[in-house]
Design a protein around this ligand. Structure first.
Ligand SMILES: NC(=O)c1ccc[n+]([C@@H]2O[C@H](COP(=O)([O-])OP(=O)(O)OC[C@H]3O[C@@H](n4cnc5c(N)ncnc54)[C@H](O)[C@@H]3O)[C@@H](O)[C@H]2O)c1
Ligand SMILES: O=C(O)C(=O)C[C@@H](O)[C@H](O)[C@H](O)COP(=O)(O)O
Ligand SMILES: [Zn+2]
Length: 361
């Protein structure tokens, strides 16, 4: 294996590496030293485990390592399945020096990471993302948690991994729709703070659509560099980190209202970013042309840019009222001044949001 591309999330004595490259699952020498105790629990799901779990277990030879395979899907990212992780940890006699390894997409990473944050008030965990979305976003930064019926990620903790190991070879088996959902979060980084990156994405649409390995690897590295820098400056979302939520207040409301797993997270974020752009234009913050450019890029990547027909705007607004960024009972949204210039806007009038939700262009 060639040396992986390596980045660091700089958090003092909790700093950790992000390793990106092909062949990493089989290169235990690159990541196993990050596991310090005797116990490891590898949490995966019914789709990913048959593909990759055995290879990870081979690298854990000599440790007391167990596996837990959960059902696959956003609808299982809930407290009942966190409890399954606790039960597995209890069964193996996991002590405070145990490590949870999350092998899968963002659902497994968020859920297993949250279990690790809670078990004995916090044990190590290591992220092994196998989706594009998890490689560019969810495995980095330590946001862990689960959904409630009332809303996405309403229960969770900030708990940083001890390493992120992104074996880009695993993307070969990722279904096309999931790959494209990951591209939505890739586009997000350009939209929120890196206009040059968005222009680069526009120039490489054909390569992205053809799933060109080299272009994807470059995109992953650039997204991770952005996320690592933001997290290092604002780990617990007191300010700037909220920009990573561009499109998410709208998107999470859609995911919740449509039923978890109906719209993929990335698809909902694609729609949500377009709605945030439309609201920004309505409020006079940005040119409508920037929103049209963003929507065009997302459409060329075969992502949805408008909500499914028949979703009730009042219900969406009700979900948005429960968003974690809100303050003092008032909506607080990530909007923008144009491509690459996202901003947090407090006190957004519900009538303006409603108007955007009602517009099904
Ligand atoms: N913590 C964060 O910062 C953060 C950031 C973004 C998203 N998220 C969360 O991440 C979740 C979405 O993550 P996701 O898009 O990875 O979805 P996911 O975890 O549901 O994975 C998508 C699908 O791909 C399958 N899969 C995964 N890897 C595969 C592979 N290599 N080959 C074949 N199939 C594979 C999975 O089994 C699943 O069916 C959402 O719950 C979202 O809220 C969290
Ligand atoms: O890491 C962050 O910060 C993000 O907001 C990344 C988002 O892409 C991700 O979907 C995250 O889970 C959303 O967090 P939430 O706090 O809105 O639940
Ligand atoms: Zn997201």
């Amino acid at each position: 294996m060639n040396a992986p591309h390596t980045l660091e999330v700089g958090l003092g004595d909790r700093s950790y590496p992000i390793l990106i490259g092909p062949g990493l699952l089989d290169a235990g020498e690159a990541w196993r030293p990050r596991i310090h105790g005797r116990h490891a629990l590898v949490v995966s799901n019914e789709t990913v485990a048959p593909l990759y779990l055995q290879r990870v277990m081979t690298q854990l030879d000599g440790l007391h390592a167990q596996t837990l395979t959960l059902p696959d899907g956003e609808s299982f990212k809930n407290l009942a399945h966190v409890e399954r992780v606790f039960e597995a940890l209890a069964d193996m006699g996991a002590s405070r020096d145990a490590c949870v390894i999350a092998l899968g997409g963002g659902v497994i990473g968020d859920l297993a990471g949250f279990a690790a944050a809670c078990w004995m008030r916090g044990i190590d965990f290591l992220q092994m993302p196998t989706t594009l979305l998890a490689m560019v976003d969810s495995s980095v930064g330590g946001k862990t948690g689960v959904n409630l019926k009332a809303g996405k990620n309403l229960v969770g903790a900030f708990h940083q991994p001890c390493a992120v190991v992104a074996d880009t070879d695993t993307l070969a088996t990722l279904p096309d729709r999931e790959y494209r959902a990951g591209l939505a979060e890739v586009v997000k980084y350009g939209a929120l703070g890196d206009a040059d990156f968005l222009t680069w994405l526009e120039a490489h649409v054909d390569a992205l659509n053809a799933r060109d390995d080299a272009i994807i690897a470059k995109a992953i590295a650039r997204c991770c560099a952005h996320k690592a820098a933001i997290v290092a400056r604002d780990e617990t979302e007191r300010g700037e980190r909220a920009l990573l939520n561009l499109g998410h207040t709208f998107g999470h409301a859609l995911e919740t209202e449509c039923g978890y797993g109906t719209l993929l997270h990335g698809e909902a974020v694609a729609i949500g970013m377009c709605q945030a752009a439309a609201l920004s234009a309505r409020l006079g913050m940005a040119d409508a042309a920037d929103g049209e450019r963003l929507a065009h890029l997302l459409q060329t990547l075969q992502l949805p840019v408008t909500p499914p027909a028949g979703v009730d705007s009042d219900a969406l607004l009700a979900h948005m009222r429960l968003d974690k960024k809100n303050l003092g009972g008032r909506l607080r949204l990530v909007l923008w001044r144009g491509i690459g210039r996202a901003e947090i806007v407090a006190d957004v009038a519900e009538a303006d949001v409603h108007a955007v939700l009602d517009h099904r262009g």
